[in-house]
Design a binder for this molecule. Structure first.
Ligand code: ING
Length: 307
């Protein structure tokens, strides 16, 4: 399967959706020219990473949320996708007719039909204003925890699962989808280089990003494709390193810069099947009766009484 990841460089506050969507269409065209049938775009791909700014919810909704998907601003991307017969994953801020707010991604097939939706479950950051911090990370203020679970959809005989950004750091994310026979998990991210809470060395943002994608691809025998929005957005830096990871855990394609950049790979879904047959054969080797704490406890607690 011809797969592409379209990494985005910065989207600044002054960048209009029309300008951003043109960038996405340009990358979709490049991906199609390189044989891609599916393109992964980043989280919150249509706007700057606005959770870095303190503002009231009403202002955020007005400036950064989409009332429908597709909509007039994004329609050129859907039109190009249909013309080129390329499916895609797109992350954006969703406001529902009832006024509920989610950090959302959609799965769009090669006829440009929305066939799946995911709402981010692991929301990092905080909801209070931290005026002394160099920037905010207000995902817990602007978004609700997703209410759609982790889904898997079949598209062109491929079982595709979706998640978003911080979700990629939690093993449960991938396992719930690989237990639904996912073969490819796609995700977008916006990962600030700097931690506002403590003096975390910046290179750990990239090393932990690599570790979670490689380990999770291997431990779930799936392909993983991750698209970042990166570089300096109005001076605030976010990591790049968009990549495509094989079920072996190997990085088979990786972005080099912090601008718009398309990376592609011809992924062999047979490779995942081999690992699921001979290593991670869930039916043969898993013992859920011993995993109960994973769903019974939210936070860590005392050691269990010994049998
Ligand atoms: N961003 C970051 C991410 O998970 C983060 C936030 C970074 C949390 C590093 C913890 C550690 O990649 C988003 N948008 O989730």
């Amino acid at each position: 399967m011809g797969l592409a990841v379209a990494q985005m460089g910065p989207v600044n506050l002054a960048d209009t959706r029309a300008v951003v969507v043109k960038r996405l269409v340009d990358m979709l065209r490049e991906a199609a020219a390189r044989g891609a049938e599916f393109v992964v775009f980043p989280e919150l791909a249509l706007t700057t990473f606005f959770p870095r700014y303190w503002m009231e919810e009403a202002e955020a909704v007005e400036r950064f949320f989409e009332k429908s998907m597709p909509n007039d601003d994004v329609q050129p991307l859907f039109d190009a996708a249909r013309e080129l017969s390329v499916g895609f994953y797109l992350g954006y801020a969703e406001i529902t007719p009832e006024g509920r707010r989610f950090n959302t991604a959609v799965l769009v097939d090669r006829q440009a039909r929305v066939i799946g939706k995911y709402r981010k479950i692991h929301l990092p950051g905080h909801s209070d204003h931290k005026p002394d911090a160099p920037f905010q990370h207000l995902e817990k203020k602007f978004f609700e925890v997703g209410d759609l679970g982790f889904g898997v959809w079949e598209m062109d005989e491929t079982n595709i699962g979706m998640c978003l950004c911080n979700d990629r750091r939690w093993p449960e994310t991938y396992r719930v989808m690989s237990l639904q026979s996912a073969e490819l998990i796609v995700l977008g991210y916006n990962t600030p280089s700097h931690n506002i809470h403590w003096n975390e060395p910046v290179h750990w943002r990239t090393t932990t990003h690599e570790i979670v994608l490689q380990a999770s691809a291997y431990q779930n025998a799936v392909w993983v494709a991750a698209a970042g929005k990166c570089g300096y957005e109005d001076g605030y830096h976010m990591i790049g390193s968009s990549m495509i990871v094989a079920p072996s855990g190997e990085i088979v394609a990786r972005a080099s810069y912090e601008e718009d950049e398309v990376i592609t790979a011809n992924i062999d879904l047979e490779l995942g099947r081999s690992f699921r047959e001979h290593v991670f054969n869930f039916a043969k080797h898993r013992s859920p009766q011993h995993y109960k704490l994973i769903v019974e406890r939210t936070g860590a607690g005392d050691p269990l009484p010994k049998p």
